[in-house]
Design a binder for this molecule. Structure first.
Ligand code: GTB
Length: 216
């Protein structure tokens, strides 16, 4: 039986692949695992039926037989551990790839989300003009460090891994800014991720949800 994931019925990004179901779709495409999608409204997210799957009332979730998971990182680690293609066989290389997964989610994503949230929710507050450049600086510090580590390599540690998959989706969250483009190697890294056939299939599938919602 195929696993089932949840995704927004109407994603605020209008199908630009910025919601976190995109990374799960991409991982499933990379390993060649077909999957089903259950679309949920914002109202349904907070209902008890959905909270039984996700305590915080969010997407994505993952159901496979009697296993239910939430948290995109945990879902991708689960997929990567059960299928070939997203984690190296060598134990040390595998541990390093998992470290990059954590780095994407715990070190690089938080300042990006903080900046994004402030831009969306705090624009009219009297502290915004002072706080915004501070948040931008925090993002730039991380991007500079990441750029320096990546250098002219294609991927963060050898072959493409779940660490790269997560890092690319995290960096894409800056797509409404010009921050990544200030680091040409990071811009090329994101473009390399986006060019992968599995990424393109995942992107097309989530975009189709938005396209289908448009009036005919
Ligand atoms: N840590 C969790 C994970 O990694 O799975 C975070 C999950 C999460 O934030 N889910 C969001 C959600 O369900 C969707 S992805 N939000 C609804 C709620 O909390 O009520 C965040 C997101 C949403 C939309 C855009 N966008 O449109 O650009 C980008 C990112």
């Amino acid at each position: 039986m195929n696993p089932t994931i949840t995704a927004f019925e109407a994603s605020p990004d209008r199908g630009q692949g910025l919601a976190r179901d995109m990374r799960v779709r991409w991982a499933l495409e990379e390993v060649g695992q077909p999957y089903d999608v259950r679309l949920v409204s914002f109202g349904e997210l907070k209902k008890p039926e959905h909270r039984r799957l996700h305590p915080f009332g969010q997407i994505p979730t993952y159901e496979e037989g009697d296993l239910t998971l939430f948290e995109s990182g945990a879902i991708i680690l689960h997929i990567a551990e059960r299928h070939a293609g997203l984690l190296p066989e060598d134990a040390n290389a595998r541990a390093r790839a998992i470290a990059w997964m954590f780095a994407a989610l715990n070190t690089v994503e938080p300042p990006i989300v903080e900046l994004e949230m402030a831009t969306i929710l705090e624009r009219d507050k009297n502290w915004y003009q002072e706080r915004h450049p501070i948040l931008e600086d925090r993002v730039r510090v991380r991007l500079r460090e990441l750029s320096s580590r990546l250098g002219d390599a294609d991927w963060l540690d050898g072959a493409f891994s779940a660490g790269d998959l997560l890092m690319v989706t995290v960096l894409r969250r800056l797509s409404s800014t010009a921050e990544v483009e200030k680091f040409p190697n990071l811009a090329a890294y994101v473009a390399r991720g986006e060019a992968r056939p599995a990424y393109r299939r995942a992107f097309a599938d989530q975009l189709a949800v938005f396209t289908a919602s448009l009036p005919r």
